[in-house]
Design a protein around this ligand. Structure first.
Ligand code: GDP
Ligand code: MG
Length: 728
């Protein structure tokens, strides 16, 4: 028989950590709410028939946020055999609020009090046996991080599921409310399964619309229901939902008071609080964030001597993919005696193209490693908090920053994480702008230009990150002034977890997960594209006859590329590089790594084997001026994301027109910014000369400034935040 255990609990209570240790899987542990929106499944180690579900983190079973809806509909409709409720022992009152609701579902519950290592350190003592008796369920102590007690808790849950044991309901509500609930239970008892009777009666008492809709009550029953509710509301002089909430809290504080001995809190600030006073300081927060990002990019992609990442990448480019691999391949192919074209395909197409991408793996791993540390330490949660202050000024909340943080790894989960934003217009805007953040696949582009053209400048790399954020903010300000996006931001409630020493397991897991998906793509889609690209750039018409061409500037690809390249002429893509830059941009839509792969393949035609690693970048440098290179980089970072991310946009928008708008907007925005950079910046370096282009760029800049500073649409009173959050 199959047993389903649902892991439920507040955000940041340690569900994913426990899930990973119970199932041996490698899920991403994010230190902010909303990362786990979709539920994930795994088998309990050593128990083939036990499935564990990691549900999104929730504070309550009300239907107000997307996480709540996902978790609630799973619990109510799919009925797991048992719920393993993870609660954060350092925040026991708040966590038990959900527990009281889970118990009412009529599904057996095991409460696992997590973070016991911290609880013990604080000196608190929990009487689990008595707490369990009071709540009517089993209570165990665990530490998911230290691997203590998790398995035992899961086995206890399995035992309960097998016995089909239901605990007795705790006495949460007082007489008045109990009477109303009893009446409601009688009213609907033939409409719902027995185990769920209590849950439904409470939800009906709270006038939960989803439940009312689902039960399809007739008007007589509805009227009777309303009478019961009203009677109780009048007696207690409060609305029904608040009555339930208040009584839950009263009950919880009573239970906790009896069964948890807390060591008296000292009046001084904890170390975490002291750090936060500086790190989230109104004035210092942003400069500190910028310095931290600069250091990270310096270590990951900066100039040679201080940068571990660059050392690795130089080694990979110059030695591994510059000498060793081509040398080995050369020996192997020669001894096999393959024909010239096959040699060319493998050496100049695949090795050069895929190698160019893989060469950036060291930089990328270092970058991801450092970002993962920041995240696990708890700093990124502060960044969301800092960003909330900035975003709020133009009407977005810090909630929108969370998808963007996720997008530093990959835009697809980033865009998906926007589901946690309840307000539709803010969600749409987040979906549109999340793609601006440089994801892992864009790293090689940044690495290529920062390294090859700007000599490993950490400024260029850091600026790429902040250009992404600036693009979000500028777009936010501009779009918020249109009626479709206008409105006040939803409140952003987020707990800042206390800082802790990063767990190497978590950090390495996050690094590896991001790095591996990159390497996998290099071996599949990038490999395939490099083969196709090699053919396209190696063949063409010479004197009317189709065949291999000497110089890829006369290849079929060059002809097609040049036919389209005029579009990008205002961005400074001129001369021999125009078609190459165009092709790179278009292939970048397949996956952003393809931009670098394309350069690797297209600049490799010389065919000489010595020191290519260096050669390619020298050739690229010869073709791009500094401002042109910078503008090209910006365009590729900001324009339409890869197809996978476009697919994610389509899924999340669930609407063709909005998808088209999002992609169109990104392309247009990228074009305008790159053009302004090239046309105006180029005047200073002599790459652009004064002319129509300059005038057009100035007009566009003026237009952008106008959109930024004009007075926008003002939302009326009734258009304040969403119903779900502010209306209640
Ligand atoms: P989720 O949001 O419920 O999935 O929680 P996570 O599994 O992402 O954990 C949130 C944070 O709490 C992570 O930084 C974990 O490393 C940390 N954490 C989880 N369990 C424990 C524990 O038992 N002790 C300590 N000290 N930290 C923990
Ligand atoms: Mg999680």
């Amino acid at each position: 028989m199959e047993i389903k255990i649902a892991l439920a609990g507040n955000p940041n209570s340690g569900k994913t950590t426990l899930f990973n240790s119970l199932t041996g899987s490698n899920q991403y542990v994010g230190n902010w709410p909303g990362v786990t929106v979709e539920k994930k499944e795994g088998h309990l180690k050593g128990h083939k028939n036990v499935i564990i579900q990691d549900l999104p983190g929730i504070y309550s079973l009300s239907p107000y946020t997307l996480e709540e809806v996902v978790a609630r509909s799973y619990l109510v409709n799919e009925r797991p055999d048992v719920i393993l409720n993870i609660i954060d022992g350092t925040n026991i009152e708040r966590n038990l609020y959900l527990t009281t609701q889970l118990i009412e579902l009529g599904i057996p519950v095991v409460v696992a009090i997590n973070m016991m290592d911290l609880v013990r350190k604080k000196g608190d003592v929990i009487d689990t046996r008595k707490l369990g008796e009071a709540l009517g369920c089993q209570v165990v102590e665990i530490s998911a991080l230290k691997g203590e007690g998790g398995i035992k808790a899961a086995e206890k849950a399995v035992g309960l599921a097998e016995k089909k044991h239901y605990g007795e309901l705790p006495k949460v509500f007082n007489g008045e409310v109990e009477r109303a609930l009893g009446n409601i239970e009688n009213l609907v008892h033939n409409k719902v399964e027995e185990g769920y009777l209590r849950w439904y009666s409470i939800k009906l008492f709270e006038r939960d619309e989803k439940v009312i809709e689902k039960l399809k009550l007739d008007s007589v029953t509805m009227k009777q229901l309303e009478n019961y509710i009203k009677e109780c509301e009048d007696a207690l002089d409060d609305d029904s939902e608040s009555i339930i909430t208040n009584q839950r809290y009263v009950y919880i504080s009573e239970v906790v008071g009896k069964n948890v001995k807390k060591k008296a809190e000292k009046g001084t600030l904890s170390v975490s609080d002291k750090i936060d006073q500086i790190v989230t300081n109104r004035v210092l927060a942003l400069p500190i964030f910028a310095v931290i990002m600069f250091l990270i990019y310096s270590i990951a992609m900066g100039p040679w001597k201080i940068s571990i990442g660059t050392m690795g990448t130089d080694f990979a480019n110059d030695v591994i993919f510059g000498e060793w691999v081509p040398g080995l391949v050369d020996t192997a192919l020669n001894s096999l005696g393959v024909s010239g074209w096959l040699y060319g395909l493998i050496q100049d197409g695949i090795v050069a193209g895929v190698g160019a991408v893989l060469g950036f793996v060291p930089q990328m791993l270092v970058l991801f490693f450092l970002l993962a540390i920041l995240e696990d330490v708890g700093y990124m949660a502060r960044v969301a908090f800092i960003m909330d202050r900035i975003f709020r000024r133009f009407g977005l909340s810090g909630k929108s920053f969370i998808p963007m943080l996720v997008a530093t790894g990959c835009g697809v989960p980033g865009i998906m994480a926007s589901r946690t934003i309840e307000q539709e217009r803010d969600r749409k805007m987040t979906i549109i702008t999340t793609g601006f953040i440089p994801c892992g696949a864009k790293m090689p582009i940044i690495g290529l230009f920062a390294g090859a053209i700007f000599g490993g400048s950490a400024w260029v790399a850091t600026s790429a990150f902040f250009i992404g954020i600036a693009a979000v903010i500028i777009s936010g300000i501009v779009l918020k002034k249109f009626k479709a996006f206008a409105g006040h931001p939803a409140p952003f409630v987020m707990e800042l977890p206390s800082y802790h020493v990063p767990s190497m397991g978590n950090v390495l897991r996050a690094t590896w997960e991001r790095g591996w998906s990159f390497i996998k793509r290099a071996g599949t889609i990038i490999l395939l594209s490099s083969i196709i690209l090699w053919f396209l750039q190696g063949y063409g018409f010479t004197n009317g006859a189709f065949g291999p061409v000497e110089d890829n500037n006369s290849s079929l690809l060059a002809v097609v590329g040049n036919a389209v390249a005029w579009i990008f002429a205002p961005l400074g893509w001129l001369g021999d590089m125009a078609w190459k830059a165009t092709v790179a941009t278009v292939t970048g839509l397949i996956a952003k790594e393809e931009v670098v792969m394309t350069f690797g393949t297209l600049y490799h035609y010389a065919g000489e084997l010595s020191e290519e690693g260096e050669e390619i970048w020298n050739l690229v440098r010869g073709d791009f001026g500094a401002v042109t290179a910078y503008s090209f980089m910006i365009f590729n970072l900001l324009c339409a994301p890869c197809f996978a991310a476009m697919g994610a946009i389509k899924r999340e928008m669930n609407n063709g027109k909005w998808t088209a708008f999002a992609i169109g907007y990104m392309c247009l925005f990228a074009y305008v910014i790159s053009m302004i950079v090239y046309q105006i910046g180029g005047l200073f370096t002599g790459e652009a000369s004064f002319g129509v282009g300059t005038v057009a760029a100035v007009v566009l800049l003026a237009g952008l400034l106008y959109l930024l500073f004009r007075k926008g649409y003002q939302p009326g009173k009734d258009e304040k935040g969403s119903l779900a959050v502010e209306g209640k």
